[in-house]
Design a protein around this ligand. Structure first.
Ligand SMILES: [Zn+2]
Ligand SMILES: [Zn+2]
Length: 368
């Protein structure tokens, strides 16, 4: 199935020509639940991994005795999907609640020492033929992303640790039949549900706080004007619906008012609709909505790093609905439909930056 991002509600470069200098291309990955095969681009799917190559392990010192058993996490998700997928969902039954209560995290791996190797979790596999804009080291045409499923890394000991493996697909002759899995994972949202991808390129514009101050202020002023115009349109629509009309009850009056409000055109905002696409993507820009912009990291070779991959919980939310693909419009508001991978790093998003000169130079991560 293809996925098509609707046209942006307006051409922001026509309003602010200076933005053409801050335009970028992102490839939205559009992960959706499915059954990816070994050579496919996927989130949480099987990897094209050589049978004779050791699977990457985390040996960094941190506790790995306590957490969720992967099988429990999958069972938990299956129960909830079943419960909320029924014709008239009432949530889990008593029997389901009892089973859910038994699938709790705990000290399920007391035998593991602080440096015992823990298999990394296969997060995503992206091939150059599926994902336009995916550029790796010379001779490589597939990127495999793995992470340690304990948020116990980084300078504050609270981040997932990511391993990137670039390789050449044709070099993999015998594929590893089944990958090792950790006994427990530190956070349930570290375990992806298998998703197929449907990559699509879109135009983005730089995060607002990284634009020149003048441009930033002009956009903010324009947004205020947009909002005022929209409020005016709502008032007018409500007046039109309620003036010189008499309603039999106050409830009927209120209902007419709500209908009129919904009819007024929604306002397009720079942040929500015109700059950065939500969801998993390759390339494009990072959104620094929680912390403000992080300093542009430089690679050890001196080159400013560029955004390789965005791993994020939500494919859309209330503020970014205009990005929902045409094919998914009926899923807006469906419980869980905007969280297809079940993954959520940090407070929702992980950015992986790499060196544009040589992607084999060490990467950096940032979290939002
Ligand atoms: Zn680890
Ligand atoms: Zn470099």
């Amino acid at each position: 199935m293809t996925r098509t991002t609707p046209e942006r509600p307006l051409d922001i470069e026509a309003v602010f020509p200076a933005l053409t200098a801050h335009r970028g291309t992102a490839t939205r990955l559009h992960p959706r639940p499915g059954s990816p095969e070994v050579g496919d681009s996927s989130v949480g799917g099987p990897f094209l991994w050589p049978a004779d190559e050791p699977w990457p392990m985390c040996t960094a010192p941190h506790d790995r005795t306590s957490g969720y058993r992967p099988a429990d996490v999958r069972r938990q998700r299956a129960i909830l999907a079943e419960a909320w997928g029924r014709a008239s969902p009432q949530g889990p039954t008593d029997a389901e609640r009892a089973e859910l209560a038994s699938l709790t995290p705990g000290p399920h791996a007391p035998h593991l020492g602080e440096r015992d190797p823990v298999p990394l979790v296969a997060l995503a596999q992206l091939t150059a033929q599926d994902v336009p804009g995916l550029e790796g080291p010379e001779g490589c045409d597939v990127l495999q992303v793995l992470w340690c499923p304990f948020e116990a890394h980084g300078p504050r000991g609270n981040a997932f640790d990511v391993v990137l493996k670039w390789r050449h697909q044709a070099d993999v002759k015998d594929v590893l039949a089944s990958r090792p899995e950790p006994v427990v994972i530190g956070r349930a949202q570290g375990l992806p549900d298998p998703c197929v991808l449907d990559p699509e390129q879109v135009v983005e514009h730089e995060y607002i706080e990284l634009l020149d101050e003048d441009l930033q202020e002009a956009i903010e002023e324009w947004e205020e004007g947009q909002e005022e115009a929209a409020d005016g349109a709502v008032d007018e629509a409500v007046d039109g619906a309620t003036e010189s009309v008499s309603y039999p009850t106050y409830e009927a009056y209120e209902a007419a008012m709500r209908a009129a409000e919904q009819h007024a055109a929604p306002v397009a905002t720079y942040t929500g609709d015109l700059s950065i696409a939500p969801g998993w993507k390759v390339g494009g820009f990072a959104s620094w909505h929680l912390t403000g912009p992080a300093p542009v990291e430089r690679c050890a070779c001196g080159t400013p790093m560029s955004l390789l991959l965005t791993v994020t919980e939500r494919e859309w939310d209330n503020g970014t609905q205009s990005w929902v693909p045409a094919e998914d419009q009926e899923l807006i508001g469906v419980k869980g439909a905007n969280i297809p991978t079940a993954v959520s790093p940090a407070r929702g998003t992980m950015y992986v930056f790499t060196c544009p000169i040589d992607p084999s130079h060490p990467h950096r991560t940032a979290f939002q």
